[in-house]
Design a protein around this ligand. Structure first.
Ligand code: SPV
Ligand code: MG
Length: 320
């Protein structure tokens, strides 16, 4: 199925555009999941980052709770509300043609909160929602301590609630397994994964935080359910997407590398400016303004202005 590109629809109101992109975004994600090889998603926390991911060639955007929280100078610990995270995810969904997969943390509460969340994310044009089996409020998986899981039965209720709340078949519900992160063994991860798949999850995400990909590879080897598996090789970064795919993973999420790359680049540029007293030394290492204009849709803006903005008289301008 062709992907609707929001920037090619200048006449549509943003809500209509969101609905259109959402319908095709979820279907497009399902198409991607049917194709051979890994589906690769990059984390982002705003439309600019989402467009960079799309332009680089990623198949999908991961609306990262960690990135969005960090971009607000806040911990990734359910401090931001569902509405705040949704607004960012929606802004990305209307800005790119690739599907947006939303990190929905622990679902912002219990099964009833999850139902509300699914309705809102689906209406906002999000292709997939990912909910993790940690207690609410959660804390980022890489923070030691307080990695507590809810009972498997409780999380199955959240998964079933999510599935019952979606209004179109396409929305992909991802059940994220935090057993390995919380110090449980592979058996517990598999037991929970199978229960979540039976409760209706369209996909499971096995998360892990060690340096070695082995626990994730072991999980993939023992996974017997038909649902595809997502992985997040943040700490076990030596393994390639193709190797993960060959081991049975379908979705590979590079969750926070855009944020981390930009922190390094911005810090280096700022340090150089202060040290050298001018920007000459970094000019060939920073993006030209023409690229910024391109990324923010200046071309389409000027085109639309030509077509639709009819001035009665030329205003005086200092630059004329
Ligand atoms: C996120 O990007 O917010 C994630 C992935 O949940 S991770 O930070 O790797 O846990
Ligand atoms: Mg997260």
């Amino acid at each position: 199925m062709g992907v609707l590109r929001s920037h090619q629809l200048p006449g549509m109101a943003s809500a209509e555009r969101a609905a259109g992109v959402g319908a095709s975004g979820a279907a497009a994600l399902r198409d991607l999941l049917e194709r051979p090889g890994p589906v690769r998603a990059a984390g982002a926390h705003n439309p600019l980052g989402a467009r960079l991911a799309e332009r680089a060639g990623f198949d999908a955007v991961w609306s990262s709770g960690l990135e969005i929280s960090a971009s607000q100078g806040l911990p990734d610990a359910d401090i931001l509300t569902m509405s705040e995270l949704l607004a960012v995810a929606q802004s990305m969904a209307v800005s790119v043609g690739v599907p947006v997969i939303a990190d929905c943390d622990a679902g912002y509460g219990n099964a009833s909160n999850v139902m509300h969340m699914v309705r809102r994310y689906e209406a906002a044009g999000i292709a997939a929602v990912c909910v993790e089996d940690k207690c609410y409020p959660k804390v980022n998986s890489f923070i030691p301590g307080r990695q507590e899981l809810v009972a498997a039965e409780e999380f199955c209720g959240k998964v079933a609630a999510a599935k019952s709340a979606q209004t179109r078949d396409e929305l992909v519900v991802i059940a994220r397994l935090e057993a390995l992160v919380a110090g449980w063994d592979l058996d517990e991860a598999l037991r929970r994964g199978e229960a979540y798949a039976e409760a209706g999850a369209d996909m499971v995400l096995i998360h892990a935080k060690g340096d070695s990909p082995q626990p994730v590879l072991d999980f993939l080897k023992l996974w017997r359910m038909p649902q595809p598996v997502a992985v997040v090789p943040t700490t076990y970064h030596t393994v390639t997407a193709d190797e993960l795919s060959a081991a049975g993973a379908k979705l590979v999420i590079y969750a926070n590398h855009g944020l981390r790359a930009s922190i390094t680049a911005v810090s280096e540029a700022f340090d150089t400016i202060l040290r050298e007293g001018r920007t000459t030394g970094i000019e060939d290492r920073i993006t030209p303004l023409s690229t910024v204009f391109d990324l923010q849709g200046m071309g389409q803006f000027l085109e639309a202005e030509q077509r639709f903005v009819h001035r009665k008289a030329q205003p005086e301008s200092a630059t004329r």
